[in-house]
Design a protein around this ligand. Structure first.
Ligand code: GDP
Ligand code: MN
Length: 400
């Protein structure tokens, strides 16, 4: 689960990281009021930033500076409602504009292959790290944290010096360790600061001081660990969640959309992976990963069918159920119920084995479903059916 910059910054602050204060505004009037407070606190300028769960907001015109509250309000009016990479901006972050001396990149990511947290840093901050990785891979410094002790002080110092942050080594070490701490505390798989910036701030007596601060924050949380952090569930941005993902979550169905044309409905994650492999081996492309879970009743099967059919690319559906706690006849009833209600008719191939498979077979035959005895046969039939229907206009039944 990705969370918004403002929420990510909150998690950084909770770990003691230096983040300049901010406010969130949802209307141009709120932007003006926030800007007035920021300016009254002594800022010269205000930054207004779109809060959307995509990178490159700056390039898209979603990060703008204003000299006064009126300009901030006008910018707020432009950014709110703006479309950034297909997402409508509904809120903005308002803060004192930083006087940036230099931008860096620093992130903690989960390196699954190494089974460690990986700290990645670059002195080429501000721009997207993918671009740096593609053009100048040696400009990225990588340090694996210790598997149990976390990021050690000397490792953090090594990163600081490698980035040329020797003049800010204490702050850089604290930030590097704080990123790893934020990651561990929240079970995140990514905590990214881009830019981490040296900023110039007035010292009060007419002089200026330089300070290292987190100007942007991106955090991605491990969905599977969310039950351990009930409070983080509140940070889910329902405005930006895909409607199909939302429906799947509400039904307790694991669903991941893919690009192919064969919708798959399977019980069990391992069987779902295997089914996708077999579809590929038979020459097809799966349209999704879908695990209805153990013991699913007919209504859940019907919901799963709805999720699959919501994808216009689906040309055939392959149902593969291994009945253990899941009863085959329940699934068959769910399929029959779902087909009666579906607005779009697509060929379906069903393979059900295990608990109550005979009863399931009888129900499906009566309802004239295409069945298959083996998984290979089911995959082959589904791929053939998808080929036969692709390009043809989809049949729409009178029931909506
Ligand atoms: P992103 O484009 O979505 O990653 O959004 P960022 O928050 O990283 O902002 C993009 C760029 O805008 C940064 O790399 C900075 O160059 C610039 N920027 C962001 N905040 C400020 C600020 O407070 N002051 C100044 N001068 N520039 C900023
Ligand atoms: Mn950024």
């Amino acid at each position: 689960m990705k969370i918004q910059e403002a929420d990510a910054k909150q998690l950084l602050v909770a770990q003691g990281l230096p983040v300049p204060p901010w406010e969130v505004a949802r209307t141009p009037a709120e932007v003006r009021a926030a800007a007035e407070r920021v300016l009254a606190a002594g800022a010269d300028r205000v930054v207004v930033k779109a809060q959307v769960l995509v990178g490159g907001r700056g390039k898209a015109g979603g990060v703008r500076l204003a000299d006064d509250a009126g300009e901030a309000e006008a910018i707020g009016r432009q950014i709110l409602g703006m479309d950034i990479k297909g997402i409508t901006v509904r809120k903005v972050l308002v803060a004192a504009a930083a006087d940036i001396v230099k931008e860096f990149y620093l992130a903690a990511v989960l390196d699954r292959a190494a089974r460690r947290v990986l700290l990645m840093g670059s002195a080429e901050g501000g721009i997207e790290i993918e671009q740096v990785a593609a053009e100048r891979p040696d400009a990225i410094v990588r340090i694996h944290a210790h598997p149990t002790a976390g990021l050690l002080d000397w490792q953090a110092r090594q990163m600081a010096f490698a980035l040329g942050l020797g003049g800010h080594v204490r702050a850089a070490v604290a930030i590097a360790r704080g990123l790893v701490a934020t990651m561990v505390a929240n079970d995140a798989d990514l905590v990214e600061i881009n830019p981490l910036a040296i900023v110039r701030e007035p010292g009060g007596d007419g002089t200026f001081a330089e300070r290292l601060v987190c100007l942007d924050a991106k955090i991605s949380l491990d969905d599977s660990a969310l039950p351990r952090h009930p409070a983080l569930e509140d940070l889910r941005d329902l405005d930006e969640e895909d409607p199909t993902d939302r429906a799947a979550r509400a039904e307790g169905i694991s669903f991941i959309k893919l690009d192919g044309s064969i919708g798959c409905m399977v019980n069990g994650a391992g069987l779902a992976m295997t089914t996708m492999d077999l579809v590929k081996r038979a020459g097809g492309e799966p349209a999704n990963f879908l695990d209805i879970g153990g013991g699913a009743r007919s209504d859940k099967v019907a919901s799963a069918m709805g999720l699959i059919l919501a994808d216009p690319n689906v040309r055939a559906i392959l149902v593969n159920i291994f009945g253990g706690i899941t009863r085959g006849d329940e699934v068959a009833r769910g399929l029959i119920e779902a087909r009666a209600m579906q607005a779009r008719s697509v060929p379906m191939v069903v393979r059900i084995v295990g608990t109550n498979a005979e009863e399931a077979g009888r129900l499906l035959r009566e309802a004239r479903f295409e069945t298959a005895a083996s998984l290979d046969e089911a995959a082959a039939k589904a791929v053939a059916a998808a080929r036969a229907t692709s390009g043809a206009p989809t049949e729409v039944s009178s029931v909506s």
